[in-house]
Design a protein around this ligand. Structure first.
Ligand code: ADP
Ligand code: MG
Length: 245
C-alpha cells in the first residue's frame, strides 16, 4: 500500500493519504496511513526527545487495543496493521476534544479538586478538553462545546457514552495483564456518514498504566518526570498485552 502525501505531522505521528490505485480510488480517499514516530514530547511540546523503537511499540499496542475494542463492537477507525510503524485507518473529521477517562486519582484531580492521590474513584470520571495547542488544551464543558460548535448535544452524549463503554472494556482488559488503567485520553471523529468512531491512538503515550502489584509507572509519565527506563516500560506493556508473543 503506497503512501500519498503527508496530510499532517503531529508530535507523535504522521498521517498520510493513500496513493490512488486503479482498483481502489474510493478506498484511497476514505482511508489514511498513520505512522508512529519515535518522538516523545510533554508539556505542550516544550520537552521533546527521540526514543528509538517507541513508534514500533506504540503501533503494536494501539493496533492490539483497537482490534480488541472492534471485536467488542466499539466502532473505531482501525482497519489493519500495515507495517511495524504503520496502521491503516478510516479517515474521519476529528472532533477537537481530548476525552479523558479517569479510574484512579492522580495529577490534576489531586491538584485541582483535592482528591487523595492513588485512590480508586467511586465511578469513572469523564473530562472534556478542547484540543487546541495554542490555548493549551483547556478543560471545557458542554455549554462551551455547543457555543463553539465543536459538537452538538447529541454528539456529546454519544461520545460520553462511548467513552464509558470503552472504559468498561479496557479496565478488565488491562487488569488481566496485571496493569491498572489509571487514566487515559481518547479522541473521536466523524466518518462521511456522520458515524462517530474512536480514532487516534491508545498507547502508553496516551494512558497512565501502573503495575498492579508494585504500582510501578509504565507509561509516558516516566518521561515527564525524568524517571528513565522509558522504552523498557513500553516494552513491558507490550509483553503483557501480547502475552509474550
Ligand atoms: P497531535 O500533535 O496533533 O496530537 P499526533 O502526532 O497525535 O498529532 O498525530 C495524529 C493526528 O491525526 C492528530 O491530530 C489526530 O487527531 C489525527 N487523527 C487521528 N486519527 C485520525 C483519523 N482516523 N482521521 C483523521 N485524523 C486522525
Ligand atoms: Mg496526538
Amino acid at each position: 500500500m503506497d503512501r500519498g502525501y503527508l496530510l499532517h505531522e503531529g508530535k507523535a505521528k504522521r498521517i498520510y493519504t493513500l496513493e490512488d490505485t486503479e482498483e481502489g480510488e474510493d478506498f484511497s480517499r476514505d482511508h489514511l496511513l498513520v505512522e508512529f514516530k519515535d518522538s516523545i514530547s510533554a508539556f505542550d511540546g516544550e520537552k521533546i526527545e527521540e526514543i528509538s523503537k517507541k513508534g514500533v511499540l506504540n503501533n503494536k499496542i494501539s493496533c492490539s487495543i483497537f482490534s480488541y475494542l472492534e471485536a467488542k463492537n466499539i466502532p473505531t477507525h482501525f482497519i489493519k496493521t500495515i507495517s511495524s510503524r504503520e496502521m491503516l485507518v478510516k479517515r474521519v473529521d476529528i472532533i477537537p476534544l481530548e476525552v479523558v477517562i479517569r479510574n484512579v486519582v492522580t495529577g490534576s484531580l489531586t491538584r485541582r479538586l483535592g482528591f487523595s492521590e492513588g485512590t480508586y474513584l467511586k465511578e469513572p470520571v469523564v473530562e472534556l478538553y478542547y484540543k487546541d495547542d495554542e490555548l493549551g488544551d483547556p478543560l471545557i464543558n458542554e455549554f462551551h462545546i455547543k457555543n463553539l460548535e465543536i459538537a452538538t448535544e447529541k454528539e456529546i452524549e454519544v461520545i460520553t457514552k462511548m467513552a464509558l463503554q470503552i472504559n468498561e472494556l479496557l479496565v478488565p482488559y488491562f487488569d488481566q495483564k496485571d496493569l491498572i488503567l489509571v487514566d487515559y485520553k481518547v479522541e473521536f471523529g466523524k466518518d462521511g456518514d456522520d458515524n462517530i468512531l474512536l480514532a487516534d491512538e491508545i498507547s502508553p503515550d496516551s494512558c497512565r498504566l501502573w503495575d498492579k502489584e508494585t504500582l510501578k509507572i509504565l507509561d509516558k509519565d516516566r518521561y515527564r518526570k525524568d524517571m528513565g527506563q522509558i522504552i523498557e516500560s513500553y516494552e513491558e506493556v507490550w509483553q503483557r498485552i501480547s502475552g509474550g508473543e
